[in-house]
Design a protein around this ligand. Structure first.
Ligand SMILES: [Zn+2]
Ligand SMILES: [Zn+2]
Ligand SMILES: [Zn+2]
Length: 327
């Protein structure tokens, strides 16, 4: 390869890398702004997929999404956790694999679990099917109908019987049949894979959370109303400890503090309550970006206004209405 071609290849590699990184960042922003901080796997014929991730990665198929998530987990941007293990077809990668029992001698799937029974009185021993007659269990030797009270017979044990070759055995072979491609596999060639959930790391949530469009929209809105507004800033409370808030807005004697809750986690509003007690603002408000209802109930008890909103929306009507009651 001549030098020019080599350089060109290098350039292309760098370009592809930059593009991949931009897509990763765009993807992380997308899920965090939707309030999705954890991606859970789901299974169908075509493979393992992450439904919450897919809409943001439309150009990628399931394996490509999987490898992107794995890559982000390696970088520490996502925290992976093993949540399950599944059988995967070695031919097509589908997790829709059903298992069958087969005869170790002739490979037939027509095997059935049966019991070996002994008639106590005459000592005749045979399989359950030998005894089964339309009127119940009948001893093939002495013709007596067996009763279970008092117990006329003894179950000696369970075993498998092949309906094809008659072979009797205690452990059948297991065959896995793929519901997608139809091909069989054994325990030796089927894949038994770990399945992960992925959680956005706290640092990334903080980083992305600080640039949520709704906060910027609120900053502009409050500034227009004559407030001095700071995003992600601190105020010292009566204890002397500084507390940080997503939004601090001040005008005259009025001080409004706002926090966000991406997942609707109770701890978010409890933390805001603790800061509110120390800082004693005119009003404290939390933006619930999760779409849940738990915070609203707690807000009433704690004296904190709860406004449900989306991370990338304009200033909610409810926020405007509440602000009118503050000043
Ligand atoms: Zn008998
Ligand atoms: Zn057989
Ligand atoms: Zn398959």
């Amino acid at each position: 390869m001549n030098k020019n071609a080599e350089e060109k290849q290098k350039e292309q590699a760098i370009e592809a890398d930059v593009e991949a990184k931009a897509q990763e960042l765009e993807f992380l922003r997308g899920i965090v702004r939707k309030g999705i901080l954890e991606l859970q796997p789901s299974f169908d014929k075509s493979g393992i997929s992450y439904h919450d991730a897919a809409p943001l990665l439309k150009d990628k198929d399931a394996p490509a999404v999987k490898s992107l998530l794995e890559g982000l987990a390696q970088k520490g941007t996502l925290k992976s956790k093993v949540v399950d293990r599944v059988l995967i077809c070695p031919h097509c990668g589908s997790p829709e694999v059903h298992s069958k029992f087969t005869c170790p001698r002739c490979n037939s799937e027509s095997v059935a679990l049966t019991q070996l029974i002994e008639h106590k009185k005459c000592g005749y021993t045979g399989t359950l099917s030998d005894f089964s007659k339309p009127n119940g269990l009948v001893c093939p030797r002495c013709g007596v109908i067996l009763t279970s009270d008092p117990m006329d017979y003894r179950i000696i044990g369970n075993f498998y019987q092949c309906e094809n070759c008659g072979n009797r055995f205690d452990k059948p072979e297991v065959k896995h049949v793929c519901q997608n491609c139809g091909k069989p596999s054994t325990f030796q060639d089927v894949k038994y894979e770990k399945v992960f959930s992925y959680r956005v790391s706290d640092e990334v949530v903080r980083e992305i959370g600080s640039t949520l469009p709704i906060l910027e929209n609120i900053r502009v809105f409050l500034s227009d109303k004559g407030f001095t507004v700071k995003l992600h800033s601190e105020v010292a409370g009566t204890s002397g400890v500084k507390s940080s808030f997503a939004v601090i807005a001040e005008k005259g004697d009025t001080r409004i503090v706002v926090d966000t809750s991406l997942e609707g986690n109770k701890n978010d509003i409890v933390a805001l309550l603790a800061k509110k007690v120390d800082v004693n603002p005119t009003r404290a408000l939390i933006l619930d970006l999760s779409g849940g209802a738990e915070l609203a109930t707690l807000g009433k008890i704690y004296g904190i206004d709860v406004v449900t909103a989306k991370a990338d929306q304009k200033v909610p009507k409810e926020f405007e209405e509440l602000l009118a009651t503050y000043v």
